[in-house]
Design a protein around this ligand. Structure first.
Ligand code: FES
Length: 299
């Protein structure tokens, strides 16, 4: 198969795996040391979308504005344009450091080709950010033309980094809701299991109309609950996870979901699990997909 532009760039950086081997465990340790609250902030659980793509708007927008103001400064020579260029560049640098920190956090779970692509994305952006930071210093010390060249070079590298980030999301599916690509399940009630077969604290995976569904009983009131059995973060099998009260902990990266509503109790997943309605008729458990599942699927 033809290689993508991103894959050709990654091939030109043979050191990526070695660097990742050293850096990734350190990133994991740092993020884990922050505890669940810090992890949920970095993962974007509180926003219900991944945080890194949102934050990247700040440097991209500010640096593009700085580029325009630099051009207007050169053409007009007006101090206001010069000041606006410097201020925009500074805002972009500040936003770039925050976006980089959150981006490394997203990368901590990756492996194989996606880890390499993520590292290449990080290298391009970190070098670009360093050059923009150097540009600020050069401008502040009276070396404006050198500062402009450093910034332009950094901006170009950040453009390459943005392309690699796009491949990471759209080719490798990083931070994409995996439930969106699975079968929806039945749109009317279908019997799936004898009620007597589902014991109190059991989590049972069943397949219905091509959809994997995780059945359980609520500890609070004994009702039968059902959510998608595949973790929407990266596809972990929830039936092999640990049950904690009425939540399930994914065996792969420890996202925790409510077994009845599918809501995220803790990340890295940010999206709720697809949900199913349940009822018991003549001793049989029946399930059907909730309407929102059906409407939200990618087709
Ligand atoms: S696959 Fe990553 S938390 Fe479930």
């Amino acid at each position: 198969m033809e290689k993508t532009i991103g894959e050709r760039i990654v091939e030109a950086m043979p050191f990526l795996d070695r660097a990742s081997d050293v850096i990734q465990p350190k990133v994991r340790n740092i993020v884990d040391a922050g505890g669940t609250t810090a992890r949920n902030v970095l993962d974007g659980v509180w926003m219900e979308v991944p945080l890194h793509p949102v934050l990247t708007d700040v440097p991209i927008g500010s640096w593009t504005a700085a580029l325009v103001f630099d051009g207007l400064d050169i053409v007009s020579g007006r101090p206001a344009m010069r000041n606006a260029a410097d201020a925009s560049l500074a805002v972009g640098v500040a936003g770039g450091f925050v976006a980089a920190a959150v981006g490394f956090s997203d990368w901590r779970y990756l492996s194989g080709g996606s880890r390499r692509m993520g590292m290449a994305h990080a290298v391009s952006n970190v070098v670009g950010l360093t050059l923009s930071t150097a540009s600020l210093l050069l401008r502040a010390t009276g070396h404006r033309n050198a500062g402009r060249v450093a910034f332009l070079t950094g901006y170009s590298l950040n453009g390459i980094g943005a392309h690699l980030g796009g491949e990471l999301s759209y080719k490798y599916g990083l931070r994409v809701n995996r439930n969106a690509f699975e079968e929806t399940g039945p749109d009317d009630y279908v019997p799936v299991l004898d009620e007597a077969e589902l014991s109190g604290d059991e989590m049972r995976r069943i397949e219905v109309d091509g959809a994997g569904v995780l059945l359980s009983r609520s500890e609070k009131d004994g009702r039968v609950c059902a959510i998608a059995a595949t973790c929407n973060h990266m596809g972990g099998p929830l039936e092999r996870g640990d049950r904690e009260g009425d939540t399930v902990v994914c065996p792969w990266h420890k996202s925790r979901f409510d077994l009845c509503s599918g809501k995220v109790a803790s990340g890295p997943a940010v999206f709720p699990q697809s949900g199913y309605e349940t009822r018991v008729r003549e001793g049989r458990i029946e399930v059907k997909a909730v309407e929102e599942n059906i409407q939200e699927k990618v087709r």
